[in-house]
Design a protein. Structure first.
Length: 193
């Protein structure tokens, strides 16, 4: 083979390798942006949200069945009430003890009007999206019996940040948002990831 053919072949080979290396690097960067979730991850996050509903409705474990679905520094943010919405979000509880008290447990002993055992929380149309830190989600909140027996209300929804801990998946932050928040771009909660 002539030197020109060998040189040309080497240039083509090196160009191909450079192109392939660039594609691999781009895929790696894309993977870093959003880690993949397994089917088991989706199932565990869904079960986490189911445990949330039971915990808030029953004040189980003196409110800690609810609080323990959060990270130890987990936070519940209100953007659904007028005051919470006007403030751009208002932290109602941070940390497991405060979260247990938020639902009437902890030092309140599940004996206050904050215990929501007269109605039920249903979370529907759960959407889970991978993020570099874990996952984020949003879900509709439907409440049964809030305005009396037989009543059904869509009471906004939740926007969540989930992280995997040594205890399994947990909610790092949950923001209660208004019904309109997902349909009007100016009302959306900022992405926490």
């Amino acid at each position: 083979m002539s030197n020109k053919v060998l040189a040309g072949s080497a240039v083509v080979a090196l160009t191909g390798l450079a192109f392939l290396a660039g594609r691999i690097e781009m895929r790696s960067a894309g993977a870093a942006e959003s880690a993949a979730l397994t089917a088991l991850d989706y199932q565990e996050i869904t079960q986490l949200i189911n445990r949330y509903a039971y915990g808030i409705d029953t004040c189980g474990g003196n409110g800690y069945d609810y609080a323990n679905v959060f990270t130890t520094d987990g936070v519940f943010i209100d953007k659904n009430s007028d005051a919470g919405y006007a403030a751009g979000g208002r932290v109602l509880a941070k940390g497991r003890d405060a979260l247990a008290e938020l639902v009437g447990g902890g030092s309140k002993g599940c004996k206050t009007k904050l215990v929501w055992t007269d109605w039920s929380h249903l979370m529907l149309n759960h959407e889970i999206t991978p993020t570099p830190q874990g996952a984020k989600g949003r879900v509709y909140l439907v409440q049964l019996g809030m305005r009396g027996p037989g009543s059904v209300d869509r009471h906004g929804g939740y926007e969540d940040v989930y992280v995997r801990t040594a205890e399994g998946w947990r909610i790092q932050s949950r923001t209660h948002v208004r019904n309109k928040a997902w349909h009007a771009p100016g009302l959306q909660t900022p992405d926490l990831n």
